[in-house]
Design a protein around this ligand. Structure first.
Ligand SMILES: Nc1ncnc2c1ncn2[C@@H]1O[C@H](COP(=O)(O)OP(=O)(O)O)[C@@H](O)[C@H]1O
Ligand SMILES: [Mg+2]
Length: 173
């Protein structure tokens, strides 16, 4: 079974036709990258795949579920790292991570947070309030948030914004 199947998806905003019959297949275990100019419709498609928006026509399957009919089933399987971070600046990085871990029902919360913090190089500032973070620090924390609870499919919308490439960090599982 494909992780994601998209067939003939269209999306209009009034007169503006943004998606004009999108087809794609993403296998389980595959890293799939969507490239396009600003305004091409990447975020619009991600919104449809993550149950945040409905297409005007076409079909979508996420691990066999239709986001239109089985929104809850889809939301249990996925995580979304949206273009705007959803971090709470008044909480520390660790507190933000714990919040998501609890919402996702993660059992070994401490261990999982420690592993992700090491992997994304967050450990040194995890105790600080997020409002004191740089853009890149926020982005990395936001990515750690989207990996908590081992979701089957992770959607990352422009995940490298503000992130200066450096060797030694990895998202890999
Ligand atoms: N809610 C909306 N209402 C009206 N137009 C929208 C809405 N969301 C996106 N658009 C328009 O759809 C086009 C695609 O946007 P978007 O999917 O955000 O592009 P991308 O993520 O590829 O940069 C843009 O022209 C944008 O202005
Ligand atoms: Mg976008």
């Amino acid at each position: 079974m494909n992780a994601i199947t998209v067939r003939g998806v269209t999306k209009n905003f009034g007169e503006l036709s943004v998606l004009k019959g999108v087809n794609l297949d993403v296998q389980q275990g595959e890293i799939f990258t969507l490239l396009g100019a600003n305004g091409a419709g990447k975020s619009t498609l991600i919104n449809i795949l993550t149950t945040l928006s409905l297409p005007n026509s076409g079909t979508v399957s996420i691990m066999g579920f239709d986001p239109r009919k089985d929104g809850n089933a889809v939301r249990k399987l996925i995580s979304l790292n949206a273009q705007t971070a959803t971090l709470d600046g008044e909480f520390s990085g660790a507190e933000n991570l714990r919040l998501i871990a609890q919402l996702r029902g993660v059992r070994n919360e401490r261990a999982e947070i420690a592993v992700l913090a090491t992997r994304l190089n967050l450990t040194d500032f995890l105790h600080r309030k997020v409002k004191t973070y740089s853009g890149g620090m926020r982005r990395r924390l936001d990515i750690a948030m989207s990996l908590i609870g081992n979701p089957q499919i992770v959607f990352l919308d422009e995940p490298t914004t503000g992130w200066i490439p450096r060797t030694g960090w990895s998202f890999g599982r």
